[in-house]
Design a protein around this ligand. Structure first.
Ligand SMILES: Nc1ncnc2c1ncn2[C@@H]1O[C@H](COP(=O)(O)OP(=O)(O)OP(=O)(O)O)[C@@H](O)[C@H]1O
Length: 318
C-alpha cells in the first residue's frame, strides 16, 4: 500500500437533485486514525459508503488501500472492514454463535473459527456473555460484538460510522482503547463521529465537512489553534456556565471584556479562561457556527457599550 491508505480527489455525489458531496479531496496516511466531522446530513455516511464500495461516486477519483473503488471494487472489498451505524448482528444468536458464523462465512475452518472466536471474545471483553443471546446485551456490548465481527479477518483499512453513538462514557472510553490498539497494529481507521471529544482524543487528523466540501483539515491542535484566542466562561453560584465569550487572547482584550462584564453580571459570578475546544472549532467551521462566532464578536462590541440587545444576543449563544 502507498503512504496513503485512502486518496480521494474531486469526489462528487448527488441523490436526485441534491448535491451531497461537491468536490471532496482527502488523503489519509496509512496506520493513522482519521476522523470526519460534520453537521447532520453533511454526507459523512455517504462518503464512508463510497469508500467502502456500497455507493458509487458520480465524479472524481477514489482509491482505498491503493485500489480504485470502481475498477478494482473486489480488491477494495478484500482490503477493508466496515462497522456501520446499526449493529449487523443476529439478536437471536449468542455472541459466540454470531462470531463463529462470520468466521465460517469468511472461509475459516471449524477449528480456526473456534480459535478466532475465542480470541475475539477475550479481546473485546465478551467472554462472560459469550453464551447469552445478543438481544440481552447492552448497547456497549452490542457495539463491541459488532466491531469484533468486522475484525474476524484483519484488513488494512477499517471504517467506523459513528462507532460510539448512544454509548455511555465508560463504554465509549473502552471502545476508544480498542480503536487505539487497532491503530497500534498498523490498521488505518477512518471514522465519523458526532462527539467532538472523540475526534479530539482519537484522531491524528480531523476533517470537517459542510455544504459538500471539506472546510478544514488538520490535527486537533492545528484546528484549535486556527480558532485562536481564549474563551472566557462565566459561572453562577451553582457552578453553572452562564456565558461563553471568545476573545483574541491578548491581555488588553481579556481585560476590556472582563471590565465590561463586571458591570453587567452579579458580583458573585466566577470566571474561567480556557483554550478553544473542538466544540468551538466545530461551531466556527460549520455554517451555523460561523454566524454564532460573528454574533459573539458583534455581541462583544455591543456589550462594551452596555447595550441590552447585546446581553440578549450573548444569552442566545449558550
Ligand atoms: N440513498 C440515498 N438516497 C437519497 N438521499 C440520500 C441517500 N443517502 C443519503 N441521502 C441524503 O444525503 C444527505 C447526506 O446524508 P448522510 O447520511 O451521508 O449524512 P451524514 O453526514 O452521515 O448525516 P448524520 O450525521 O445525520 O448521520 C442527506 O440529506 C440524506 O437524506
Amino acid at each position: 500500500m502507498s503512504k496513503f491508505a485512502i486518496e480521494v480527489t474531486g469526489l462528487r455525489k448527488k441523490f436526485g437533485n441534491q448535491v451531497v458531496l461537491n468536490g471532496i479531496d482527502i488523503a489519509v496516511q496509512a496506520g493513522t486514525v482519521y476522523a470526519l466531522l460534520g453537521p447532520n446530513g453533511a454526507g459523512k455516511t455517504t462518503l464512508i459508503h463510497i469508500l467502502s464500495t456500497l455507493e458509487t461516486p458520480d465524479e472524481g477519483s477514489v482509491h482505498v488501500a491503493g485500489y480504485d473503488v470502481i475498477a478494482e471494487r473486489n480488491l477494495v472489498k478484500r482490503s477493508i472492514s466496515l462497522t456501520g451505524q446499526f449493529a449487523a448482528v443476529d439478536e437471536m444468536l449468542t455472541g459466540e454463535e454470531n462470531l463463529r458464523m462470520i468466521c465460517r462465512l469468511s472461509g475459516l475452518t471449524a477449528a480456526e473459527s473456534r480459535a478466532r472466536t475465542d480470541e475475539l471474545l477475550k479481546h473485546f471483553d465478551l467472554m462472560s456473555a459469550a453464551k447469552k443471546r445478543v438481544k440481552t446485551y447492552s448497547g456497549g456490548m452490542c457495539r463491541r460484538l459488532d466491531l469484533a465481527i468486522s475484525l474476524v479477518t484483519i484488513r488494512p483499512v477499517l471504517f467506523l460510522d459513528e462507532p460510539t453513538t448512544g454509548l455511555d462514557t465508560i463504554s465509549r472510553r473502552a471502545l476508544w482503547e480498542i480503536i487505539l490498539q487497532l491503530k497500534e497494529q498498523g490498521i488505518t481507521i477512518f471514522l465519523t463521529t458526532q462527539y467532538l471529544e472523540e475526534a479530539d482524543q482519537l484522531a491524528d487528523t480531523i476533517a470537517v465537512i459542510a455544504d459538500g466540501h471539506v472546510v478544514a483539515t488538520g490535527t486537533p491542535e492545528e484546528l484549535k489553534s486556527r480558532v485562536g484566542g481564549e474563551v472566557i466562561e462565566l459561572y453562577n453560584e451553582k457552578e453553572e456556565m452562564i456565558r461563553a465569550i471568545s476573545t483574541t487572547g491578548s491581555i488588553q482584550d481579556i481585560r476590556q471584556t472582563l471590565n465590561d462584564l463586571a458591570l453587567q453580571v452579579p458580583h458573585e459570578t466566577r470566571v474561567s479562561i480556557r483554550k478553544p475546544s473542538m466544540d468551538d472549532v466545530f461551531l466556527a467551521l460549520t455554517t451555523k457556527g460561523t454566524k454564532d462566532i460573528k454574533k459573539t464578536n458583534e455581541t462583544k462590541a455591543m456589550a462594551s457599550k452596555g447595550s441590552e440587545k447585546a446581553k440578549k444576543l450573548e444569552g442566545s449563544l449558550l
